[in-house]
Design a binder for this molecule. Structure first.
Ligand code: ASP
Length: 479
């Protein structure tokens, strides 16, 4: 360990590196406290603060973190930020450097098993320590994955490719296009199923993007993530990976799907259709829900049980249509009471070519924005209506407001989810930048289940209709 500072003649360059590693991400004033207490990153410490005593491991921080806090990983697995000036005593009790390298074991190949390609994009599923600290370990070679989740080898032969290493808020146009093209190539080259490891926050956006860009795949395309990193005892990473690999390798459904835990227990996973799924809870492991419909299927140790009556079956051919295009001049306008017209004008002035409104009730906004909607229409900006309620259909003929908004050229999008509509409009405008009629036609025609004929009668009530534990619960509660 070296705590010397860099010399004026640059001779301390090597020291600077040592310094940087020992205090990764820390700056004054928190850095001063660490040095003064002879504590470095990866020290185990006892910190006495004005709000209590904490024991934990000092974690590195990311470059963009503030300069005032020390971050400790507590025994519980949670991280806590301690402000340097609330710490009255900081004592080093040991040193436990995180092992960045996942032990690699050669992934066994078995010619009788299906071949699955796993594309890594980043997110918590690719993190072994804490993704907020910069201490991120992408476990994505087959050997690393096998080292962490050996059960995968019972399911399939796995080939992996790390395409990106981003948290999912950083997924966007470029990443969607690359992912769609690479999936197309893997399918044409003969894989039996595709998995995409992804951060959960925007997994439903990418699932929608792939649903439009990769049409009629002959094999399953299964997106998977985890809400808890795999260093935590409660991690859902292994469970989700095993279920997703099963769905990709052996499942009969050849659609773009999200595979995440159904309940917070680890008893089963759900497969959700890519255009009807949404992250609905910030921290539950069972965060993904199918909205406006029931999930496609359930996966547990016994195999796959269909829930939805209709799905596209797996085929033997290698044909797939890749339509990778994305216009980034599209936005979602989440309506709120007292919205002013100039917010819409600003979008038009800034060159936005499509607006998805998430309206109230059956599809409403206030009168104040009407003139701006008219100006948007006259400027050739396409404006569509979806619902904040997420469940139910846009119905603009019921109230006067709806009828007035229809007159302004706003097009209702049935039961398309706002995010699925945003991605679809970006895709349609990307494909047909100079053909507004074709874009309008595409928007109103379901491509991958984003518009359905109706909601299943038990879909909303059961929330995840057909799932046995929910049926049982409701039969007890309602009887
Ligand atoms: N922020 C992370 C992401 O979406 C969360 C996760 O992966 O669960 O990349």
């Amino acid at each position: 360990m070296n705590t010397k500072s860099v010399g004026p003649n640059g001779a301390g360059a090597a020291d600077e590196v040592a310094d940087a590693e020992d205090y990764k991400g820390y700056r004054e004033p928190a850095l001063g406290l660490l040095k003064q207490s002879h504590v470095t990153v990866w020290s185990t410490v006892v910190a006495v603060t004005s709000s209590g005593r904490f024991e934990g491991l000092v974690l590195p921080r990311s470059e963009t973190s503030d300069a005032e806090h020390l971050v400790l990983k507590l025994e519980s697995g949670y991280n806590v930020g301690l402000r340097y000036d609330t710490i009255t005593e900081l004592t080093k009790t040991g040193y436990r450097k995180a092992i960045y390298k996942v032990p690699e074991k050669e992934f066994p190949r078995d010619d009788s098993k299906p071949n699955v390609v796993l594309f890594g994009t980043g997110g918590t599923i690719a993190s072994r320590l804490d993704y907020r600290t910069g201490a991120v370990i992408p476990a994505f070679t087959p050997g690393e994955l096998y080292g962490s989740v050996p059960e995968l080898a019972d399911v399939c032969n796995l080939e992996t490719e790390k395409l990106f290493g981003v948290f999912s808020e950083n997924m966007g146009r470029e990443e969607y296009l690359v992912l769609a093209e690479r999936i197309g190539k893997a399918i044409r080259e003969g894989c039996d199923g595709v998995m995409v490891g992804h951060g959960t926050d925007t997994m439903h956006h990418t699932a929608a993007a792939l649903s439009y860009m990769v049409q009629d795949p002959p094999v399953p395309i299964v997106m998977v993530g985890s809400q808890r990193s795999s260093d935590r005892p409660s991690s859902d990473a292994a469970r989700n990976l095993i279920a997703a690999s099963y769905a990709a390798a052996h499942g009969p459904i050849a659609e773009v799907m999200v595979c995440m835990l159904g309940p917070t227990s680890h008893s089963y996973n759900l497969l959700h259709r890519g255009t009807r799924v949404r992250k609905m809870h910030s921290s539950y492991r069972s965060t993904f829900r199918t909205l406006g419909d029931v999930p496609l299927a359930m996966v547990n140790d016994e195999g796959l049980t269909h829930i939805h009556e209709t799905w596209k079956p797996r085929r033997d051919d290698r044909e797939v249509t890749i339509q990778a295009a994305f216009c980034d001049r599209v936005t979602i306008l989440y309506y709120y009471p007292n919205m002013q017209a100039d917010i819409v004008d600003a979008m038009v002035e800034k060159g936005y070519r499509g607006i998805i409104i998430a309206g109230t009730g059956l599809g409403h906004v206030n009168r104040l924005v009407y003139p701006a909607l008219e100006r948007a229409r006259d400027a050739g900006v396409q404006v569509y209506m979806t619902l904040q309620t997420l469940w139910g259909f846009v119905q603009m003929n019921v109230y006067e407001t709806g009828r007035e908004i229809l007159q302004l050229g706003v097009i209702p999008l049935a039961n398309m989810l706002p995010e699925a509509a945003y991605i679809k409009l970006s895709w349609a405008l990307g494909l047909h930048p100079d053909d507004p009629d074709r874009v309008r036609e595409l928007m109103s025609t379901p491509v991958a289940g984003e518009i359905t004929d109706g909601e299943p009668h038990d879909g909303y009530l059961l929330f995840q209709g057909g799932v046995p534990e929910m049926k049982e619960l409701l039969s007890k509660t309602l009887s």
